[in-house]
Design a protein around this ligand. Structure first.
Ligand SMILES: Cc1cc2nc3c(=O)[nH]c(=O)nc-3n(C[C@H](O)[C@H](O)[C@H](O)COP(=O)(O)OP(=O)(O)OC[C@H]3O[C@@H](n4cnc5c(N)ncnc54)[C@H](O)[C@@H]3O)c2cc1C
Length: 282
């Protein structure tokens, strides 16, 4: 897969509010890249693109949907600073620009035949939704599929409308945790007040046949990795997405260094085995 490093124009096709500060934006590319073969709409779950708003700036954003052939791209964006606030003020039809895909995503090819335990904290659900949709598209290629997802409160759970549908599937197990009590989304059975690592309790895990894609804040990684290792999951099968301040996205500027690795080209998804010796990586 090749990357479009030139920003390509896109239009906002749809906006759906997912929580108080986070919305799902569907973009439509208006033009293919000059080489035709490169398109920011074709990617591996876990990769990201650089999204720019004219006159404001550019920000790295993970893909949260499935790759498309028609140039449609889904992004789940939290209002944080200049670019994302500009996006949240935009309306359907407004123009933006995108370049990508960048970095390494989740190693889908390694997941064939294995059980998968997906663990998402907060906005980490965005890239994991992309991965989950890709796994469900080829469901028979994978073993047992479990999603653990934690958010601050029930109304901060992203993609609630989809979680309710997913919870009815027999080939996917979902456990949800929230920091604060509140009404749980209808149709979702187990939305407990707990911390993410608590959701591991009682799970039947076959460590040698399980891979764990993780996405969330560093604090979640620090609390989840020790119990995962204690369960016997090998460090090379824990795959986590790191968030670092980025600028070029192409390994030139060095802003996103993690030890000797660069988050933008070596990551953002890393095997824990590649990070465990790097002080401050998590
Ligand atoms: C690989 C990757 C994937 C991402 N995916 C998503 C996504 O799917 N959805 C989403 O909403 N956001 C995502 N982010 C985060 C997003 O890029 C940042 O929030 C970005 O700063 C938003 O741009 P802005 O101009 O709105 O904010 P800015 O104006 O740049 O900054 C907003 C605030 O956040 C602080 N800040 C910005 N970036 C960082 C950082 N990396 N670490 C610590 N503090 C920081 C700034 O100091 C400031 O206080 C991703 C980041 C990376 C690196």
């Amino acid at each position: 897969m090749t990357t479009s490093t030139t920003p390509l124009p896109a239009r906002i096709k749809a906006i759906r509010q997912l929580s108080g500060d986070t919305s799902l934006f569907t973009l439509q590319l208006l033009k293919q890249s000059p080489t035709q073969q490169t398109t920011p709409a074709r990617f591996q779950p876990g990769q990201f693109l650089q999204l720019s708003v004219a006159g404001v700036g550019e920000a790295p954003i993970s893909y949260c949907g499935l790759p498309s052939v028609n140039g449609s791209i889904e992004l789940c964006i939290r209002k944080a600073g200049r670019v994302t606030t500009a996006l949240h003020s935009a309306v359907v039809g407004d123009g933006v620009a995108v370049r990508g895909p960048f970095g390494h995503g989740f190693p889908l090819e390694q997941y064939t035949g294995t059980n998968l335990l997906l663990v998402a904290g907060g906005l980490g659900m965005a890239p994991l939704r992309s991965l989950l949709l890709a796994l469900l598209q080829r469901r028979s290629c994978f073993g047992a599929l479990t999603l653990l997802y934690g958010a601050k409160a029930p109304d901060a759970l992203l993609f609630r409308h989809e979680l309710a549908d997913l919870a009815t599937r027999k080939d996917l197990s979902i456990r949800l945790a929230v920091d604060r009590a509140g009404a749980c989304p209808p149709g979702i059975p187990s939305c407990s007040v707990a911390l993410l690592p608590d959701l591991l309790e009682g799970l039947e895990i076959v460590p040698q046949r399980t891979a764990v894609p993780l996405c969330g804040p560093s604090a979640a990684y620090r609390s989840l990795i020790p119990p995962l290792l204690a369960l016997g999951i090998p460090p090379e099968r824990i795959h986590l997405s790191l968030e670092r301040r980025m600028q070029c996205g192409t390994g030139v500027c060095g802003h996103c260094a993690v030890g000797t690795l660069l988050c933008c080209i070596d990551g953002p998804v890393f095997a824990y085995s590649a990070l465990q010796a790097i002080e401050g990586a998590l």
